[in-house]
Design a protein around this ligand. Structure first.
Ligand code: HEC
Length: 126
């Protein structure tokens, strides 16, 4: 009886680890396929911010919902680029608030990659 219980437990662990492997194959992060060509603020970065951040961080919403942090005005956005908090917050690194706020949700890895690349090439207002 005891042996059967151990065997059963063993099988459960075996199958759950197999399931985990398969899940990883089904949802790869695909970072190598992330297209960063022609990365510009207006065409590639703004849409990500509009979709994920401006509900709280647009000029008008930031007052009530975004802790007075406006990420729509370029000079304000640039401040958070320069103090590293923009990137740190979307990567959920310690020392800053994780964004988007209120959930453990991270924006897609490719979007993070695009923002990181835009910063790397100078975070221009283009
Ligand atoms: C639901 C509202 C909401 C959303 C959505 C949201 N934020 Fe925030 N964010 C806040 C608030 C409020 C603060 C001020 C700190 C606090 O009270 O948590 C903040 C703070 C920040 C800070 C400063 C962090 C620090 O530790 O000083 C950055 C940078 C930031 N947000 C970036 C973003 C980005 C980028 C997105 C989109 C990917 C985003 N936020 C989405 C509400 C939000």
């Amino acid at each position: 009886m005891k042996f059967k219980q151990i065997l059963f437990l063993g099988l459960v662990i075996l199958f759950s680890s197999c399931y985990y492997d398969v899940e990883e194959e089904l949802y790869p992060t695909n970072i190598s396929k992330c297209d960063t060509t022609n990365t510009k603020l207006s065409t590639k970065i703004k849409p990500i911010l509009i979709k994920n951040c401006y509900v709280c961080h647009s000029v008008s919403n930031s007052i009530n919902l975004g802790g007075n942090i406006d990420l729509e005005t370029y000079t304000e956005l640039k401040k958070y680029v320069d103090n590293s908090k923009l990137l740190m917050s979307i990567k959920h690194q310690s020392g800053v608030w994780s964004m988007p706020k209120g959930t453990s949700y991270k924006i897609p890895a490719c979007d993070i990659n695009k923002i990181e690349y835009w910063i790397k090439i100078g975070a221009k207002n283009d």
